[in-house]
Design a binder for this molecule. Structure first.
Ligand code: DGT
Ligand code: CA
Ligand code: CA
Ligand code: ZN
Length: 566
């Protein structure tokens, strides 16, 4: 489906046009891009069914953009975009990816200081040249430096959620290759780490050469970096590297264990093996140069006196010394409690979201759009919230088999006030409070602000607690022991937000919070029906944080859950 590809092109066209100071057009392209992202039907199918008119009839898409979509479906290119790309300086796209910079500022930097790329920008900051430029004060310089650091990290590591589906698709294509017996992802991806350096894939076959030859010709592959008879490294079209290794069936377990890592887990395990008189490598567990376990990971762990250790725990962080909990599993969640709709900044209707949640076999779902202060996300005022509550009642009477809870994601203001009156708070089932502004505060002020918001009798959930965006925005300053203690003592729940760029709380904080007996909710914070599937990323972080089913309240049945939260 070409929807996302086209949306990305339109966003880029909008950026370049804005850089050129063109008015109106950028907004039109962005609107079209958002419309494409919200479509659940492949755009090419709409075109093949109803032609140019079918495209033109879509919300947010006019005739001229419809023609560009047609051109892309027919030729795989948009001439206008190819032309525009030539006008934009080469480093423009990188600059656009630095938080705090947009086309307007970049244009100014280019015109006044001839800054064309990140390197130019860095030396301008160093030379204190930005200070003289109107509107770029010392604080901006500091922020931009931070933005550059985050950008560099982002360039070398990818978000789990951006890689996961691509890797799954590769694995299923490799499975279809003749002579392939088995294939599996390994590395940081199998451990479900929040960011991924490269993809590692293991393949079992008796015909390594034939299989490697076929793999490097797959559609996703942009470039072959290295290729041998039993392994290959390729660059994928999305610019991630993928390492493929072919192994014999007999050492499948030991190879999978080795290439799953992490490296420190491997090293510790190898040392333990030596202590016990064994030798451990990717080829197997040996005693006096005889293999005693190698076929499955479980065989090897067992011989070394360990239970099976889930990949998410293999971080050399206590999993080889402490008693392991029974982790929450990927199908334990009974309801999603953080879902946006087109009432605020979501793409889909309440009904669409509810039906999609039902398809996931949930028992309940909460509709939680933004509150009024969040104007750029079209936050709801009291009247619209009341209207939404009524609409939810109506939809509930039509849709059976899933309970629709009312709710709201309510902004926590800088002084700790929440963006909804007490009387309105009482009218909704699931009030989530979150921070979307005033991120820079010292630890004690910030923590007091949060605790004040959570102290409202009806408020139960703190959404995406650190407000970080991975490699884009640093987490806010929180006194975690104080927050954890408060939540445990007062029956307040911390969200584990499953958005790939958030994963907030992260694994480390989850594990710490558990020591205080804090309970969690795992939510997707969905803005479209597709993102309801992000739940697995949140669950993965919970598992990496040693979380059991017991500590997550949306694993409870509806009745038990309501008891807990009321
Ligand atoms: P990444 O790619 O940076 O997100 O992280 P990983 O863990 O996927 O690391 P990668 O791709 O370099 O290597 C895959 C696995 O191979 C790693 O998790 C453990 C294993 N491995 C790599 N280098 C070494 C090493 O020098 N010693 C040992 N024992 N294992 C290694
Ligand atoms: Ca890797
Ligand atoms: Ca690798
Ligand atoms: Zn939010």
């Amino acid at each position: 489906m070409k929807n996302q590809e086209l949306a990305e092109i339109f966003y880029k066209i909008a950026d370049i046009l804005e850089l050129q100071n063109v008015e109106w057009k950028p907004q039109a392209y962005r609107k079209a891009a958002r419309s494409l992202e919200s479509l659940s039907e492949p755009i090419e199918e709409i075109y093949h069914k109803d032609g140019l008119k079918g495209l033109d009839d879509l919300p947010g898409i006019g005739k001229s953009i419809a023609e560009k979509i047609e051109e892309y479906i027919k030729t795989g290119k948009i001439r206008e975009y190819e032309k525009l790309k030539k006008y934009a300086p080469k480093g423009f796209e990188d600059l656009m990816n630095i938080s705090g910079l947009g086309p307007k500022k970049i244009r100014k930097l280019y015109k006044k200081l001839n800054i064309k790329n990140v390197k130019d920008l860095q030396s301008a900051i160093k030379g204190k040249k930005l200070e003289k430029l109107f509107g770029f004060g010392e604080k901006t310089e500091e922020k931009l430096s931070e933005g550059i650091e985050l950008f560099k990290k982002r360039k070398s590591r990818f978000l789990l959620g951006d890689i996961y589906l691509i890797a799954q698709s590769l694995v299923s294509q490799i499975k279809n290759i003749k002579y392939v017996e088995r294939t599996e992802v390994a590395g940081s991806l199998r451990r479900m780490q929040e960011t991924i350096g490269d993809i590692d894939i293991l393949v079992i076959t008796k015909k390594p050469k034939e299989v490697v030859d076929k793999i490097v010709k797959l559609d996703e592959v942009k470039e072959i970096i290295a290729k041998g008879p039993t392994k290959a490294s390729v660059l994928l079209k999305n610019n991630t590297q993928c390492d493929i290794r072919v192994i014999p069936e007999s050492s499948y377990g030991s190879a999978l264990m080795y290439f799953t890592g992490n490296k420190d887990h491997n090293i510790s395990l190898r040392k333990l093996a030596i202590k016990k008189g064994y030798k451990l490598s990717e080829y197997g567990l040996f005693k006096d140069s005889e293999v005693i376990a190698s076929k499955t990971e479980n065989d090897i762990y067992k011989k070394l006196n360990f239970p099976y250790i889930e990949p998410e725990l293999r971080n050399n962080d206590g999993e080889l010394t402490e008693k392991l909990p029974k982790l929450i599993s990927y199908n334990d969640i009974k309801g999603d409690l953080h879902v946006h709709t087109n009432y605020s900044d979501g793409f889909n209707t309440i009904k669409d979201m509810v039906l999609a949640a039902k398809k996931l076999n949930y028992e309940y779902v909460a509709i939680t759009d933004h509150s009024k202060t969040r104007a750029i996300a079209h936050g709801l005022d009291d009247n619209i919230l009341l209207k939404q509550i009524n609409e939810i009642k109506k939809i509930q009477s039509q849709v059976k088999g899933i309970k629709i809870l009312t709710g709201m994601e309510i902004d926590i203001k800088a002084n700790g006030d929440v963006d909804l009156s007490d009387s309105m708070l009482k009218k909704i089932d699931i009030p989530i409070v979150s921070i979307h502004s005033s991120f820079n505060m010292n630890k004690s002020e910030m923590t007091s602000r949060i605790i004040k918001a959570l102290s409202h009798e009806n408020v139960k959930i703190f959404g995406h607690p650190t407000a970080r965006l991975i490699n884009q925005r640093n987490p806010i300053n929180i006194d975690f022991p104080r927050l954890f203690k408060f939540c445990a003592d007062n029956n307040k729940f911390l969200e584990i937000n499953s958005q790939p760029s958030r994963l907030d709380l992260n694994d480390i904080h989850i594990r710490e919070a558990l020591k205080y007996k804090v309970k969690f909710v795992i939510n997707t914070d969905s803005h479209s029906i597709d993102s309801l599937n992000y739940m697995k990323y949140g669950i993965a972080q919970a598992r990496r944080g040693w979380c059991t089913k017991n500590s997550v309240i949306n694993t409870l049945s509806l009745k038990e859950f309501l008891n807990k939260i009321k």
